[in-house]
Design a protein around this ligand. Structure first.
Ligand code: CO
Ligand code: CO
Length: 350
């Protein structure tokens, strides 16, 4: 955490106290979402001849063909505080919102900002720091913020709707993973566990700082490297955890997967905090909803890390074996974690 975060803590303002959950762990669970989405799936408004990727699948962003070889990539991501420092929270929200464009192989172009703020309990200087952090990351991404909306709300809530561009024939859905593909993850897991510890005031500062670094790191390099490495499928790991997002990829592609738990990078300190009971409600729902799909040869705690709800997590990429070296070379911190198999279901090996 930064010095500002410490100052705020001393003066008694801890942003995570104003949030009922943490980041993407606040998302509706897969089972809850399927109830809501039944109103959306078959609605006339969600289909169009130029729509390449829409809400009827389970992809990261919508893709709409402009008819001139280009396509729009659009997504929205909004959440409550995951950390106490307002600037850090703004930066994380922006990096997270941009991530879904990168996960489709797109380049962010413009964004709209959304802020809900409890005017009676939090001051507006703090809100200014949140927005400042968010805009800094949008600049870093080369994404122009052209508007937004703010309201008085019971919980501080912040995020962006992002529009990007992609070649109409070169976007990357999560439905084209092939048997024999290698699986790569570009950021370590564990931020759900760590942000739960931050919210409970139980996180060592160095562990929190590394988690903030991870969450504010853009997936731009990981996204730009998908095309040169001829990746087949990609998604970003967020609220459903690694296993939840891998399940979506498997179902969409009609394949299965093997994940080697010891090969999955995990943030330092996360496993210790999990041992102390730092485990978000959203992650528990994740684990429950994937158990039918997973055949596990590892212990309960290892499985919990793999189901941990991430905020601004890395890309999960499926690509041919002979492209692995090229991708890993282009994307620092990325790691091979398993492979795509025929059949259905995810096997987790030690
Ligand atoms: Co996503
Ligand atoms: Co999203």
């Amino acid at each position: 955490m930064s010095g500002q975060g410490y100052l705020l803590w001393v003066t008694g303002v801890r942003l995570t106290e104003y949030s009922h959950g943490a980041g993407c762990a606040c998302k509706l669970g897969p089972d809850e979402l399927s109830v809501v989405m039944s109103a959306v799936q078959d609605h006339a408004s969600t289909s169009h001849p130029d729509l390449l990727v829409g809400v009827r699948g389970s992809d990261d962003a919508g893709v709409y063909d402009l008819g001139d070889g280009r396509a729009l990539v659009q997504t929205v991501d909004i959440f409550t505080p995951v950390v106490d420092d307002p600037g850090d929270w703004g930066r994380i929200a922006a990096a997270n919102a941009l991530s879904d464009v990168y996960a489709m192989g797109g380049t962010p172009l413009t964004a709209l900002q959304y802020l809900a703020w409890p005017r009676d309990t939090l001051d507006f200087d703090t809100a200014r720091e949140v927005v400042g952090g968010g805009l800094d990351v949008m600049s870093e991404a080369g994404c122009t913020v052209l508007g937004g909306h703010s309201i008085d709300g019971p919980e501080p809530t912040y995020g962006f709707a992002v529009t990007g561009m992609v070649g109409a024939g070169s976007y990357l859905p999560n439905s084209r993973a092939e048997e024999g593909d290698t699986l790569i993850l570009t950021k370590p897991l564990g931020v759900g566990i760590i942000t739960t510890a931050i919210k409970r005031g139980k996180c060592p500062p160095d562990v929190a700082r590394r988690a903030v670094e991870t969450m504010t790191t853009l997936n731009d390099v990981a996204g730009r490297s998908l095309a040169p490495a001829r990746a087949h499928a990609a998604t970003d790991v967020t609220g459903f955890g690694l296993l939840g997002h891998l399940r979506e990829m498997c179902l969409a592609s009609g394949v299965g997967a093997i994940v080697s738990a010891t090969d999955v990078p995990v943030l330092e300190g996360a496993e210790e905090l999990l041992g102390l009971g730092m485990w978000a409600g959203g992650s528990q729902r994740n684990l429950k909803s994937i158990l039918d799909f997973v055949e596990s040869e590892v212990g309960e705690d290892e499985l919990r890390v793999l189901a941990d709800a991430q905020t601004s997590g890395g890309l999960l990429v499926a690509l041919a074996r002979d492209s692995v070296e090229e991708y890993i070379h282009l994307v620092p911190g990325s790691a091979v974690i398993g492979s795509i198999t025929d059949g259905a279901g995810i096997r987790v090996t030690p």
